[in-house]
Design a protein around this ligand. Structure first.
Ligand SMILES: [Zn+2]
Length: 299
């Protein structure tokens, strides 16, 4: 998704609308004179008119600029209002003003919690996609933030994607590659099975796209997801699907399969597809096989 740009005219428009407490205080909007240019303020019944008391764009702009630089979290309130006004989707990046160094001025919109989230700095101090936006089937695509986050392309896999990869590794020891399917797209997962032993639960993925967004081909084939060990504490923000949730989901899926399967004939098609996938040397995870099978059987 292309990132949203939040520039000063928009910031000032929002400040005028929501009148953040910090601005009113810094701008001394209760005084009859502007602290910046000393112009007299419009006074109605002895009280300066708050909104109109931003005497000129420049005075307000200077105040807001100072606050953005000096007050941690000040921009959050403005960016959150911007996200709500524009109904931005979950995981949307918002870049404000024009500092690009080290993902400075890069924010993420957490639509589920209606709040602004900063880049994650524990893995790479340049900042990366925060763990609250996990990648996997039914979640985000691994390439959703390519070209929006500078310096790294690290993403966090969903717990279901981790389980799927672990299942594959347990079944095919000694392999270093598998294919996973995420939201209808195939990805090549590459890993060092020895380095990853016992560390899959906290793994992170480095995304190496096949083609960059400007059209230049990086390598042939699927986008590559390179697995790295990561750190268990990094996943504390991810809302994990519990075993009970997954069991319930699987039961519902099996119910649907039973309802739509048309007798033994489709079961044979399914078995043939599984056999074919197995003959390919087991490069696909079970989920990928299962999805292919579903496609063949036209459920
Ligand atoms: Zn002024």
């Amino acid at each position: 998704m292309p990132r949203e740009q939040l520039d000063m005219p928009d910031i000032l428009k929002i400040v005028r609308k929501i009148q953040p407490k910090l601005v009113l205080e810094a701008y001394e909007s209760d005084k009859a004179e502007c602290p910046q240019c000393h112009a007299a303020r419009k006074v109605v019944k002895g009280v300066p008119v708050m909104l109109k008391s931003f005497c000129t764009d420049n005075c307000l702009k200077d105040t807001v600029k100072d606050l953005i630089e000096s007050e941690m979290g000040f921009i959050d309130e403005i960016a959150a209002e911007f996200a709500k006004q524009n109904d931005l989707p979950n995981g949307q990046t918002i870049h404000y003003l024009n500092d690009d160094y080290r993902n400075n001025n890069l924010l993420f919109w957490d639509a589920q919690n209606q709040r602004i989230v900063y880049p994650f700095t524990e893995a790479d101090d340049y900042g990366s996609v925060p763990p609250i936006f996990p990648v996997g089937d039914g979640y985000f695509n691994p390439t959703d933030w390519i070209d929006e986050v500078e310096h790294n392309s690290m993403v966090f896999p969903s717990i279901t994607l981790i389980r799927e990869m672990k299942e594959f590794v347990a079944e095919y020891s000694g392999k270093k590659r598998m294919i996973v399917e995420i939201n209808g797209e195939e990805y090549d997962v590459v890993y060092n099975d020895k380095a990853m032993k016992g560390r899959w639960d906290s793994c992170v993925l480095e995304v190496i796209p096949a083609v960059y967004s400007w059209g230049e081909r990086h390598h042939k084939g699927n986008t590559i997801l390179e697995v790295h060990p990561g750190d268990p504490t990094w996943r504390k923000d991810i809302v994990e699907e519990t075993d009970d949730n997954i069991k319930a989901k699987n039961a519902a899926l099996l119910g649907m399969v039973a309802k739509h399967a048309k007798g033994a004939e489709s079961a044979n098609v399914v078995q043939a597809e599984i056999n074919r996938a197995n003959k390919m040397g087991g490069s696909r995870t079970r989920r990928s096989v299962r999805r292919r099978r579903n496609r063949t059987a036209k459920f």
